[in-house]
Design a protein around this ligand. Structure first.
Ligand code: GDP
Ligand code: IMO
Ligand code: MG
Length: 441
């Protein structure tokens, strides 16, 4: 103890990478527990930008144990490229460990993701097309190939044959694709296996050892609560559980190993891909926020949809995660707006009002935000380092959020740089933040 979980509280891209990198400074290990390279986590340090997809956001802290847990789905081509790229730029990757039980994204998963989206046409989910859904589907169907299978050619080939059999029909358009040739696929994946071998480990045990020794372990989530396959806006979701509870399953620990749960939310909302988004805005204001906030996907480069902060959804995210602390990022992006809208309820079809996140898809699809208007601020806040440096209206905006959802705001983001943060007075509620705050002041 303690285990600290960092999760996205919206539709992803909230700034989890930056928050994890900050917490990693005082932690002993960082563990990714779900998702795959659909994630794109950005860290900006000393003017340099790092975009991580699979490797935990603690990797820039040389020698710190970084674990890719059993709950992650790994595209080994992407992972070995990411490792190579980090090494080329002088990052020490020797403390990375990969779960032997993590499932592998295979070439046919990418094809099935593409084919599935094409088949859905106008109804498509807007996936990242990285093969995530088909890989988790095979995991659930017990047809998955795991990291440990790469160490034995015979087992690997057998498992590929068994996994391909029920997919013959869907893969027919790709029948002649050389990537589907059994021998070629096995050889390619065996090569990845060799490259990953020295990193492969029983990561569950490694994490237990850390926790039992009293180390601080950060569990880094990917995506966000509203993309959760059970609790999000199904079917417009990802195929894993990005909520805090999944840290236990995706790393192999129990709920009592978790002592803090940090939700990360932007000061407004964004979403990539299709699906309901009650506070979405478009037109010149949306363009302005998108440009100010650099709202283009880290993984796919797609323009993110933008909207006002949705407190109905955020309060729901706080509850399903049992969030103990909230980090609000990108407050600086709102600078210069005269009036800020903040959603505190939904109005559905025929005027029905909702103050809870609706469980029914038809209700949610028709829901629009009911807003409270708050005064904005003109000042650039990128240099603010304490709450008292902030304009009063920015402080009011943050207090409104915290009071509405009932979770203390411990950290504010005022720019992309790792130093562009404010540790708030509430940070002494949390062990790690308190240490940071003391150092910062
Ligand atoms: P993640 O997927 O949750 O890790 O988030 P992404 O990295 O996909 O997207 C967040 C983006 O916002 C990145 O480009 C970050 O560099 C940037 N960012 C993070 N915090 C702040 C902040 O407080 N202000 C601004 N302006 N940018 C931020
Ligand atoms: P990070 O970790 C934002 C979205 C996709 C799509 C849906 C399903 O950077 O916050 P998938 O490829 O997972 O089957 O796509 O989920 N999505 C994300 N959106 N940030 C992410 O990750 C995302 N990962 C998946 O856009 O709508
Ligand atoms: Mg991202």
């Amino acid at each position: 103890m303690p285990g600290i979980v960092v999760v996205g509280a919206q539709w992803g891209d909230e700034g989890k990478g930056k928050v994890t990198d900050l917490l990693a400074e005082r932690a002993d290990a960082v563990v990714r527990f779900q998702g795959g390279n659909n994630a794109g986590h950005t860290i900006v340090r000393n003017g340099r930008t790092w975009k991580l997809h699979l490797i935990p956001s603690g990797i820039l802290h040389s020698g710190k144990l970084c674990v890719i847990g059993n709950g992650v789905v790994i595209d080994p081509r992407v992972l070995t490229d990411e490792l190579g790229e980090l090494r080329r730029t002088g990052v020490d990757t020797s403390a990375l460990r990969i779960s032997a039980n993590a499932h592998l994204i295979m070439p046919y998963h990418l094809m099935l993701d593409h084919a599935g989206e094409a088949r859905l046409g106008k109804l498509q989910i807007g996936t990242t097309r990285r093969g995530i859904g088909p890989c988790y589907a095979d995991k659930a169907a017990r047809l998955g190939i795991r990291v440990q299978d790469l160490l034995d050619e015979k087992i690997l080939k057998q498992k590929i044959i068994v996994a391909l059999e029920p997919k013959r029909l869907s893969l027919r358009p790709y029948a002649k694709d050389p990537a589907l040739d059994l021998q070629a696929m096995a050889e390619e994946y065996l090569t990845y296996g060799h490259r990953m071998e020295s990193y492969t480990a029983d990561t569950t045990r490694l994490v237990h050892e850390q926790l039992d020794a009293g180390a601080v372990v950060v569990f880094e989530g990917a995506q966000g609560a509203l993309l959760d396959i059970d609790h999000g806006t199904y079917p417009f979701v990802t195929s894993s559980n990005p909520v805090a509870g999944a840290a236990c399953i995706g790393a192999g620990v129990g709920p009592r190993d978790i002592s803090e749960i940090w939700g990360v939310a932007k000061a407004y909302s964004t979403r990539v891909g299709a699906g309901p988004f009650p506070t979405e805005i478009d037109g010149p204001l949306a363009d302005l926020l998108r440009e100010h906030g650099g709202e283009y996907g880290t993984t796919t480069g797609r323009a993110r949809r933008v909207g006002w902060l949705d407190l109905v959804a955020l309060r729901y995210a706080a509850r399903i995660n049992s969030m103990t602390a909230l980090a609000i990022t990108k407050l600086d992006v709102l600078s210069g707006l005269d009036r800020l809208q903040i959603c505190t309820g939904y109005r559905g079809a025929e005027g029905a009002e909702f103050d809870h996140f609706p469980y029914h898809q038809s209700v949610l699809h028709h829901a629009t935000g009911e807003y409270v208007e708050l005064e904005g601020w003109a000042e650039d806040i990128g240099e603010c380092r304490s709450e008292s440096d902030l304009p009063a209206c920015a402080r009011d905006y943050v207090s409104f959020i915290s009071e509405f959802i009932g979770v203390p705001v411990v950290l504010l983001g005022v720019g992309p740089g790792r130093d562009q943060v404010i540790w708030t007075g509430a940070s002494d509620h949390t062990a790690v933040a308190a240490e940071h705050a003391t150092t910062a002041s």
